[in-house]
Design a protein around this ligand. Structure first.
Ligand code: B3K
Ligand code: ZN
Length: 844
């Protein structure tokens, strides 16, 4: 396989002035006719006329009306073209009905749809399929289906055809087409300058009742982007389509967003609070791409974080504004530690802006997205809110309509603030999670904080340079009052000291407030200090973090020294839970524990070999002790979940349900699931129903409820995904591989559907102790399914290979078992480029 390098970028030899496409739809022989106006690009030196094209049957090609015979390979075609503007025409035939990879034009339940990012347009027609080639598109769809959609504004339609014009120049990856028997859930939005926009959420018949929430989320997003970023929508229509077979969450095609149905369809009966929150965020994310991604796009795929990091950052701001900012920040830190840290500290580690790839689809990662967003958060913290707003205004003004780089992005900050961002830019080029070690000194009223940063070597990067790390710090006095408000220290050297003078007594430091940088803080705080912060910190993030540190500390000692659960932790938790002034959602978060995978990483960091079964046992013991400690509070906390009045997925109600659900889970450890069985019968929404079922499954009960759930919901794919997933997630470690294997034999296990595949096989990889069973059954089962899925859907297969990325943390036996499975995958004949790249990187 060939490796593509950032340093090799050159512009394409031709510019595209317009694209006209005609689709004659047919399940197995769709004809795509293109008419493309090219002209030589004055900024390019290489005039090779190469058009990407894969899996296309070329019927005809012509230049300025004269038929030609281009050189065609399995990657594309080359042709001799005039050194002047010319019209390119081609006609190709494609087979959407057999497109199981879900990239290009494919079919899902009788509906035609597309996914072109990153490089799927080349499976539709011959084209310079690269994001720096932008053009307006006119699309004619001929097909015997009631709804025919493409990008932009509708420009005409009749029986069996429709035409669309997208006036905004765009790269091919934003092209979309949908055709099918769909029903619209309509809405309206008037932009701040008075443009009336017709909104539609298109769904399959039967899903009409699951649209209202998504539509409202869309309107809120449109309003928010006008208010906070001054960004207005720029077409007369905005369409969203829900599709059951989709490789990711959703896609921001211009004016025609295509969503995995799991990322848009919602109703209280079928969706959990967490589903609602995720849907609201994804709708916002895709909508925000209209400016950060579509109007300003990426020059090349190495710049992916330009649009993704920024858009994740924007959707996080939106969620903070719509819901609770501290809760969102804590969720994001949990998520970063669970998904990005393992990536950044293992064989798949890569910079936020990668410098090489074989298959770009493998770089839609937590590093590019979530660390990319953290980098923007740090930049905003360093320059301040007002300067950030000014820089963004300049970004939109200067780069509208362009395909840009990270250099362009940083330049607007340099130009508006006068800051030199040379060192800051290392966040984009250095991979690995920086570690910040804390040393504290106290003398004569002066508290000195010494911070040392280091980043371990990562693949391809042995030596690391110091980065700019904003460390937000506050100090608390002995009575719990804040004696120094939050201040952002700029750590730029390998080692740096910061002095706080004039203090009456030795303070307790609250460091890395609000999780001000995506780093690992190494702070040997005593549990007494942690308990003090848990009781008094004014920063909600660090108050939560103090509880988390206590929990981690006790778990580590339970695992390593067979210690009993720590009373500092249990007592602290009790105090927090009793405090009715604290937001229920926040108290629910306090009840959370580090994931078992995180504990494995922490053990590995400290030079121990993690034993997944010992980790699992410690967590179980701590949970049991927690249940006993807070026993008296549980009935009242559980009743929080039973809010009065109609269901709403808002922050307040879902926070109460989160706390009530956590209480029910603890109760089930004491009563064997009796209360959960009652709660299951009474549940009047999916959040409560699923919580009760999961408590029962964990108590090794709930067989009857599992059957009843199946009977009740077998007609609903999204709910059935939960039914499949929960059984694997809640399985006892020893039973996990067998349960997962049995579920893959279930009549409803449609493994070619990515959601269903992830529900079972993905859940297996997420069940830490179950996946890491000492006999290797978890590894073998995952490998079996990856080998089976690869020829059908390489993207989803490759993505799931990352379950193996942490393999070198574990003991030699497990390593040998994993290596055998990875080699078995690697040696599979005709393995996709996607999976080949992932497995070879993981093997190292
Ligand atoms: N831009 C798409 C992701 C496309 C993934 C291609 N493998 C969704 C998003 O980030 O909004
Ligand atoms: Zn995105």
């Amino acid at each position: 396989p060939t490796t593509i390098y950032l340093k090799d970028y050159t512009p394409f030899g031709y510019l595209v002035d317009s694209v006209h496409l005609t689709f004659d739809l047919d399940a197995h022989a769709t004809r795509v006719t293109s008419r493309i106006a090219f002209r030589p690009n004055p900024d390019a030196t290489d005039r090779t006329f190469f058009l990407h094209g894969e899996e296309l049957k070329l019927i005809r090609a012509a230049i300025d009306g004269a038929e030609i015979t281009p050189d065609v390979t399995d990657k594309g075609l080359t042709a001799d073209v005039p050194d002047a503007p010319f019209l390119w025409e081609s006609e190709v035939e494609i087979d959407p009905g057999n497109n199981t990879a879900l990239e290009g034009l494919y079919m899902s339940n009788g509906m035609y749809c597309t996914q072109c990012e990153a490089e799927g347009f080349r499976k539709i027609t011959f084209y310079p399929d690269r994001p720096d080639v932008m053009s307006t598109f006119t699309v004619r769809i001929n097909g015997d289906l009631p709804v025919l959609l493409s990008n932009g504004n509708p420009s005409g339609k009749g029986e069996g055809w429709a035409e669309w014009v997208d006036p905004w120049p765009k790269p091919a990856y934003l092209f979309a087409l949908v055709a099918g028997d769909l029903i619209a859930h309509p809405g309206q939005f008037t932009t701040k300058s008075g443009r009336n926009v017709d909104l539609n959420l298109w769904v399959r018949p039967g899903d009409e009742g699951k649209c209202a929430f998504g539509m409202e989320a869309l309107k809120k997003s449109m309003k928010w982007d006008e208010g906070v970023y001054g960004r207005e929508y720029d077409l007369d229509v905005f369409n969203i389509v829900a599709v059951d077979d989709f490789n990711m969450g959703a896609m921001e095609n211009k004016g025609l967003n295509i969503f995995n149905s799991s990322a848009v369809l919602a109703s209280p009966e079928t969706s959990t609070d967490a589903n609602f929150e995720r849907i609201e965020a994804i709708i916002a994310h895709e909508y925000f791409h209209n400016w950060t991604g579509n109007r300003i796009t990426c020059r090349d795929w190495f710049q992916l974080c330009l649009k993704e990091g920024l858009t994740v950052f924007r959707d996080a701001q939106f969620t903070s504004d719509m819901r609770s900012a501290p809760v969102k920040r804590i969720h994001d830190a949990i998520d970063l530690r669970a998904r990005q840290f393992p990536e950044d500290n293992g064989p798949l580690s890569h910079p936020v802006r990668p410098e090489s790839f074989q298959e770009i689809n493998n770089f839609y990662t937590a590093t590019v997205y979530e660390k990319g967003a953290e980098v923007i958060g740090m930049l905003k913290r360093l320059v301040g809110d007002a300067a950030y707003a000014k820089a963004l205004d300049l970004y939109f003004e200067r780069h509208d309509g362009q395909a840009c780089t990270i250099e362009d992005w940083l330049k607007v900050f340099e130009d508006t603030t006068g800051r030199d961002l040379t060192q800051f830019k290392r966040w984009y080029s250095q991979s690995g999670t920086p570690r910040v070690r804390v040393q504290e000194d106290w003398a004569d009223g002066t508290y000195t904080l010494t911070l040392k940063q280091r980043t371990d070597p990562t693949p391809g990067q042995e030596a690391k340079l110091p980065q700019v790390i904003p460390v937000a710090v506050g100090l608390l006095g002995p009575n719990g009052d804040e004696v120094r408000a939050t201040e952002v220290l700029e750590l730029t050297q390998a080692e740096q000291s910061f002095a706080f003078t004039g203090l009456a007594a030795k303070p307790t430091a609250s460091i890395l407030r609000d999780f001000s940088a995506p780093v690992i803080l190494e702070h040997d705080q005593s549990n007494a200090e942690r308990a003090f912060l848990l009781a008094h910190d004014t920063d909600p993030f660090n108050r939560w973090q103090a509880g988390r540190d206590l929990a981690q500390d006790t778990l580590m000692r339970m695992i390593l020294q067979d210690a009993a659960p720590d009373t500092d932790y249990l007592d602290g938790l009790l105090t927090v839970l009793r405090n009715d002034e604290l937001d229920p959602a926040y108290r629910a978060l306090m009840l959370g524990l580090p994931t078992q995978s995180e504990l494995a990483a922490a053990l590995h960091d400290r030079g121990h070999t993690p034993d997944p079964m010992a980790i699992w046992a410690a967590v179980e013991t701590l949970r049991q002790a927690t249940a006993q400690t807070v026993q008296d509070l549980l009935p009242r906390l559980h009743s929080e979940a039973l809010v009065d009045g109609p269901y709403s997925p808002d922050a307040e109600q879902s926070g109460k349900r989160a706390l009530g659900s956590a209480a029910l889970a603890l109760t089930s450890r004491l009563d064997g699931g009796a209360m959960a069985a009652e709660a299951y019968d009474k549940a009047n929404n999916m959040t409560l129903q699923l919580t009760a079922l999961s408590c029962l499954l964990r108590a090794r009960k709930g067989e009857a409820q599992l059957d009843a759930f199946y009977e009740q919901w077998q007609h609903d794919r999204l709910v059935m995904d939960k039914w499949f997933g929960l059984q694997v997630a809640m399985a006892a470690p020893e039973a996990t591989p067998a349960i997962a294997a049995t579920l893959t034999e279930h009549a409803d296990f449609n493994w070619k559907n990515p959601n269903r595949f992830r529900a079972v096989v993905g859940a297996l990889a997420m069940n830490h102790a179950g996946f890491h069973q000492p006999d290797g059954a978890g590894y073998a089962l995952l490998a079996d399914w990856l080998i089976r899925l690869d020829p059908v859907n390489p993207q989803t297969t490759a993505r799931m290979c990352s379950a193996f990325q942490t393999w070198k943390r574990y003991d030699p036996d497990r390593q040998a078992l994993t290596r055998a499975q990875l080699s078995r995958i690697a040696e599979t004949p005709n393995l996709s480029r996607d999976t080949t790249e992932m497995v070879s990187r993981i093997l190292g």
